[in-house]
Ligand binder design. Structure first.
Ligand SMILES: [Zn+2]
Length: 320
């Protein structure tokens, strides 16, 4: 049996047997949409990334369908819409954005395909941070802030989903939109939202307690996706990625020096978090040069609360 996931509603399609025709049917369905798509009356809401899909599913429950644009395991920075995405968007009530550069290119194209689609920026009303990346002033060893060209077209950090405190405001925004489009289910949405907010508050409290002894310490990561998490728990993010690219040899040497300095301060060998969506070669090189290790973690996992908790727990483990 072949198993193929429909990429815009995440429904699993099963192609039983080995008949090439059956497999071809499942492949076509996966590309252009589910065969039963037209008969499902529930409203469709689209999101750019899987963690926001989780947010919508938690609040919308089984009263809505969620289409995720960036497939699991792919970096949003290189996303290109597929034909099935445009079909999903043409049926969607609203698209929830997070400030990724691809959204700026996609939204104008949607005018002809989905003229009534409401595009909502989930960053609205949030206190956004500048996206810091390394810029090592030659010879001085100093680090200054520069803006990423690959991840945020406006220099502001788009990784707003990876912090429990930030997520509460986003959950509020999602709740309002769902009630606007499906008022008949408002009570369900409010109940689900309340449960989610309670879980977010308890996750924040749990991590605040666990991370309190390590305030001021540095979290080494490849891609700078953890800035809001670090801000929320008093940590400092140090990203290896240099203006959206892997560091050059001189920059790598500087990063190794910074990693060693942190080890001297904390007495702990460095742990570098690598995201499976990106090339990890430079993280491996730093780990090798400093006696540290790498830990795989994706901030794009759909099961967002588990992913946030795991990241916090892994960091605590690396510091104990
Ligand atoms: Zn990013």
């Amino acid at each position: 049996m072949s198993v193929i996931a429909c990429h815009f509603c995440d429904r699993i399609l099963y192609a039983c047997g080995r008949s090439p025709l059956v497999i071809l049917f499942a492949l076509v369905a996966a590309l252009v949409g589910c065969p039963w798509d037209g008969v499902d009356p529930r409203p469709v809401f689209a999101v750019s990334i899987a963690p926001h899909g989780y947010l919508l599913e938690r609040i919308g429950g089984d009263k809505i369908r969620v289409a995720v644009l960036v497939p699991t395991g792919k970096e949003p920075e290189s996303y290109q819409p597929r034909p099935g995405d445009m079909t999903a968007l043409s049926r969607a009530k609203a698209l929830f954005c997070t400030g990724m550069p691809f959204e700026a290119a996609l939204i104008p194209k949607l005018k002809s395909v989905a003229p009534d689609l409401k595009c909502l920026d989930l960053r609205e009303g949030l206190a956004l941070r500048a996206l810091e990346l390394h810029s090592h002033a030659e010879g001085t060893g100093a680090t200054e802030l520069v803006h990423s060209a690959s991840c945020a077209h406006d220099g502001l950090d788009p990784h707003i989903w990876f912090a429990p405190g930030m997520l509460k405001r986003q959950a509020d925004a999602v709740l309002s939109v769902l009630i606007e489009y499906a008022p008949e289910n408002a009570d369900d949405f409010r109940r689900n939202h309340e449960e989610l907010v309670a879980e977010l508050e308890s996750l924040h409290a749990e991590l605040a307690e666990k991370l309190a002894p390590f305030r001021g310490r540095t979290v080494f990561v490849f891609h700078p996706s953890y800035g809001y998490f670090c801000d929320e728990f008093g940590l400092r993010q140090n990203a290896i990625e240099f203006e959206g690219k892997s560091p050059k040899p001189q920059q790598l040497a500087q990063l190794i020096a910074e990693t060693k300095a942190e080890t001297q301060k904390t007495g702990r060998l460095p742990v570098i978090f690598v995201q499976p969506e990106f090339n990890r070669a430079s993280a491996d090189a730093i780990a090798e040069a400093t006696g540290g290790k790498t830990v795989k973690h994706s901030c794009l996992d759909r099961d967002l609360l588990r992913s946030i908790r795991r990241f916090g727990d892994e960091f605590v483990k690396s510091q104990e």
